[in-house]
Design a protein around this ligand. Structure first.
Ligand code: HT7
Ligand code: ZN
Length: 881
């Protein structure tokens, strides 16, 4: 497959202004008729009209009512088209029931669904399937009425009625020109939760959430989240809903979380359905965030879309930023906001940092790809959102909002680039630090790699000055790469824990307790004056830029920050750095980890601190993830990391045993379930405490806490507590774990999303004596396991191969053999999901022996298979480059 380069972008020879689509829906053979108003683009030289089409059977092509010949060349259809505007009609068929790739039109649970981003529309009909071709769609759906009583497409319903032979039809019209990737169709037996809302402008809208019969009672949280998102976007960015009707549909077979099709969002049921009995607090939070994310795309993505797929972060980074801001506002208190930020950063460090250092490293705006589906990555989404956050840090909330307003004023209805967004931000804030440094700022879009920042301070007691020297380097950005613009939010903490006033030599503002330093050179020094005592620098507050920071602080200084930093994020960061240093020391020395009293006392103090919120405590007491630990090391022995982390948990469990017991009892939530940040925080801490109590009991052969946990698996009134107890037993390899797993499976065998949790837990349990690996192999044969459903495949395989390094990386290479076999098997069914699984080997080249050679061998064997999809081939080829 060819490599596509960003700089090769050319506008098309023809535009398509309108599309009239008729779909006669049949699972085995759907007939599609597409009538298009084609417009000649005079800026390009005349040539053949070349349309995309994949897995389609063409029947006829007509121009202005006359049949014309056409030539098929792989996935392209060449038509000799005239050098003028014309009407093009194409008839073709496709086979939805054989579409296991879940891209284009496919069947799921007896209904029809579509997924067109990024290049799925070409699997429905022949088209200029690229995001800069924006058309107005009118869609006529015809299908069996009994089997498919609900017929939906984008926009407004203009007509519906019955047809002969038990069929019916519905005609939809979407007045907004849109790229083909936002097209959607649903035909299924569904029911809807409905709500009419009136927005600020006084307009009435109909909101609908469609799901299978029986799931209706799980849609309230999604509906509430949708309404909250609408209110928020109008209040924060003055962006209203532009449609009379906004629909969300749930489907069980889906490649990602959800899709923002104009007016007809389609959701993985895992990102939509919520009930206290079957979903956890984390699920409630995820559903709220994804509903908001897709809703926010209506402006950032749909009204203003991407010129080409290299600009993907234009909509994804910006929309993740917006859903993060929304979730923080919904969380409420400053502490709950800080917890949100902590979770974002934990996720960034475990998913995006390794990506940016590995074989799939790419910039936020990539320069090339073979398969665009492989670029829906943590870098495009999460690092992209961090970059959008940098604008807000540089411009302030008001300046950022003005930039957004100018962006929409200039580009509403257009397909544009990341440069257009940056320019709007700068032009709306002409006197800002951004405007004067725009070219340097834009390196965040073009340079891959995580910048490494080093900070060293020098206190001159006689002069009462404190000089902070910051350096940056980014080896992954290439030889001679220019420095990036890094805003470092910071403060100085005095020996007694009080915030020191900041007087920066040469700067007007004096006495503030916090400032943002702009690191824009390879090395820069900042001198603070009138500093009365040796300070502890609190740097990169709120994680003000996506960098790896070496702050050079001592344990004592970190303890000061843990106790006193005014910035909650940096208090958490101090806890993580204290733990990280101990874990790295053990891994690098090859010696067994021994947690010292100082560290354990600090953790106990956090746990017992009456000023701190439970949610914050749960985050501060969690150890850094193995993937983040690995990123600190030039050569990675996954087993050494695994052993160190397991030893640390064991020691935390035993040393703080009374404290965990107190924490468990003191954080029980009374009354009915509420998915509030406050209650969820209490449950998070109680679950962590229970996990450590059961762990400690397993070591002490004490039956009490495992017994309590087992009882909680049986009696809990919500899934957060039930699954917390089950996880505690399974993660501790407690004697009662198997019985609890059996009980849980029997109780929820009818609920696919809960069975996914059951697989997921077993697949990501920390390894002990090869038991997890053996269990995963057995689960592959379980009657409930199937590679055809992406949620199920992910819940076992991605959890094990990509997210459980201690179990996956085995000296006998068993994990790699399983991985290669399953990637190949999955690839024959669903290349997109297979390619995600293939990424388990992204960081193989930093592995220690014998893992490294065995991983390379497995990659080579997989790459030699003749039938790999483009998706998997690109991942494997890049891994071996
Ligand atoms: N914009 C959507 C991306 C998406 C997707 C991409 C590739 C294959 C399947 C997909 N389903 C959804 C989701 C989002 O970011 O909102
Ligand atoms: Zn998105």
């Amino acid at each position: 497959a060819p490599v596509i380069h960003r700089l090769d972008y050319q506008a098309p020879t023809y535009w398509i202004a309108t599309v009239d689509l008729t779909l006669d829906l049949d699972p085995a053979k759907t007939l599609i008729t597409s009538k298009m108003a084609v417009k000649r683009n005079a800026t390009q030289a005349h040539g053949a009209l070349v349309l995309h089409g994949e897995e389609l059977t063409p029947l006829r092509v007509m121009i202005d009512g006359e049949p014309v010949s056409f030539r098929q060349d792989g996935n392209l259809l060449h038509i000799d088209a005239p050098d003028r505007d014309f009407e093009l009609v194409i008839r073709n068929t496709c086979c939805p029931e054989k579409n296991t790739a879940l891209s284009g039109l496919y069947t799921s649970g007896g209904g029809f669904f579509t997924q067109c981003e990024a290049e799925g529309f070409r699997r429905i009909t022949y088209f200029l399937d690229r995001p800069d071709v924006m058309a107005v769609y009118t869609v006529l759906l015809r299908a069996d009425k009994a089997k498919y009583p609900i017929l939906l497409s984008n926009g407004n319903l203009v007509e519906q009625g019955d047809l002969d032979g038990g069929k019916h039809f519905a005609k939809w019209h979407d007045p907004f020109p849109k790229p083909s990737y936002l097209f959607a169709v649903v035909a299924a037996d569904l029911v809807a939760r409905e709500q009419r809302v009136v927005t600020r402008s006084g307009k009435e809208h109909l909101l609908q959430v469609y799901v299978r019969r029986g799931d209706l009672d799980k849609t309230e949280h999604a509906m509430n989240s949708l309404i909250a998102s609408m209110i928020w976007d109008e209040a924060r960015f003055k962006l209203p809903l532009d449609l009379e009707r906004f629909m969300i549909v749930g489907v069980s077979d889906f490649n990602m979380g959800a899709m923002e099709n104009k007016g007809l969002n389609i959701f993985n049921t895992s990102a939509l359905l919520c009930s206290p009995a079957t979903q956890t607090d984390a699920d409630f939070q995820r559903v709220e965030a994804i509903v908001a994310h897709e809703y926010f795309h209506n402006w950032t993505g749909n009204r203003v879309t991407c010129r080409d797929w290299f600009q993907l972060s234009l909509k994804e980074g910006l929309t993740v930023f917006r859903d993060r801001e929304f979730s923080m506002d919904m969380a409420g208190s400053p502490s709950a906001r800080a917890v949100q930020r902590i979770q974002q950063v934990r996720n960034l460090r475990t998913m995006q940092f390794p990506e940016d250092a590995g074989t799939m490293a790419h910039s936020v705006r990539p320069d090339s790809y073979t398969e665009i589906n492989n670029f829906y990555t943590a870098t495009v989404y999460e690092k992209g959102a961090e970059v959008v956050g940098l604008y807000q840090t540089l411009l302030g909330r008001e300046g950022f909002a003005q930039g957004m307003a100018l962006y929409f004023e200039r580009h509403d209805g257009q397909a544009v680039t990341c440069d257009d967004f940056a320019q709007a931000m700068a032009d709306a804030n002409p006197d800002s630090a951004l405007a004067s440094r725009l070219d340097a700022f834009k390196r965040w879009y073009s340079q891959p790699g995580t910048p490494q920042v080093t900070a060293r301070g020098h206190y001159d007691a006689a002069a009462q000055t404190y000089t902070l020297t910051l350096t940056q380097r980014n080896p992954k950005a290439g030889e001679g790469a220019a420095p990036q613009l890094i805003p470092v939010r910071m403060g100085l903490v005095g020996a007694e824990g009080h915030a020191l006033p900041l007087n920066l030599a040469g700067q007007a503002s004096v006495g503030a307790l916090e400032t943002v330093l702009l690191l824009e050179q390879a090395e820069q020094s900042f001198t603070f004056t009138e500093v009365s005592s040796q300070p502890v620098p609190s740097l990169l507050r709120g994680f003000s830029a996506p960098v790896l920071l070496d702050d050079g602080l001592t344990d004592a200084e970190r303890l000061t920050l843990l106790r006193h930093d005014a910035d909650a994020f940096n208090r958490w960061e101090a806890s993580q750095r204290l733990a990280l240093r101990r874990l790295l020391d053990a891994v690098q020395s090859g010696q067994a980890l021994e947690l010292d009293i100082g560290f354990l006392d600090a953790m106990r103090a956090v746990l017992r601190d009456p000023q701190l919120d439970p949610a914050f405590k749960a985050e501060a007491l969690r150890l850094p993830e193995a993937a983040y630990i690995a990123e600190q090391l030039p050569v990675v022995d996954p087993q050494a990391i695994h052993n160190a982390v397991e030893a640390a948990w064991d020691q935390l469990a035993l040393a703080l045993r009374d404290d965990w017991a107190w924490a468990f009892e003191a954080h029980q939530v009374e009354g009915g379930y509420r998915p509030t940040a406050e209650d969820a925080g209490r449950r998070a801490l109680a679950n962590l405490a229970l996990a450590l109590l059961v762990r400690g009991s397993a070591m002490l052969a004490d039956p009490v806490w495992p017994g309590k946990a087992y009882q909680q698996v049986k009696d809990a009134t919500n899934m957060t507590e039930r699954f917390g107890a089950l996880s505690a037993l399974v993660q501790a390899h407690a004697g009662l774990a198997d019985a609890a797993l059996t009980h849980f499976h029997e109780q929820f065998a009818h609920d696919a999303l809960v069975v996914d949790k059951w697989f997921m837990l077993q697949a990501r349990t920390a390894e002990r004596d090869g038991k997890v690996f053996e269990r995963v192999k057995k689960l592959l044969q379980h009657p409930d396991f199937t590679l055809k459903n992406p949620n199920r495949a992910r819940s076992l395989l991605v959890q094990f191969c990509n997210l459980n390094p201690g179990a996956f990386h085995r000296t006998d290479a068993g994990g790699y053999v399983l991985w290669a076999d399953q990637v190949a098997a999955l690839d024959a069914i669903n290349p997109q999901v297979a390619a995600r699984l293939a990424r388990a080997m992204d960081r193989w080249s930093t592995l220690a022996e014998p893992f490294r050679s065995a991983a390379q061998e497995a990659l080579k064997r997989l790459s030699e298979r003749p039938t790999l999809s483009n998706d998997v081939r690109e991942i494997v080829t890049k891994a071996l480059e």
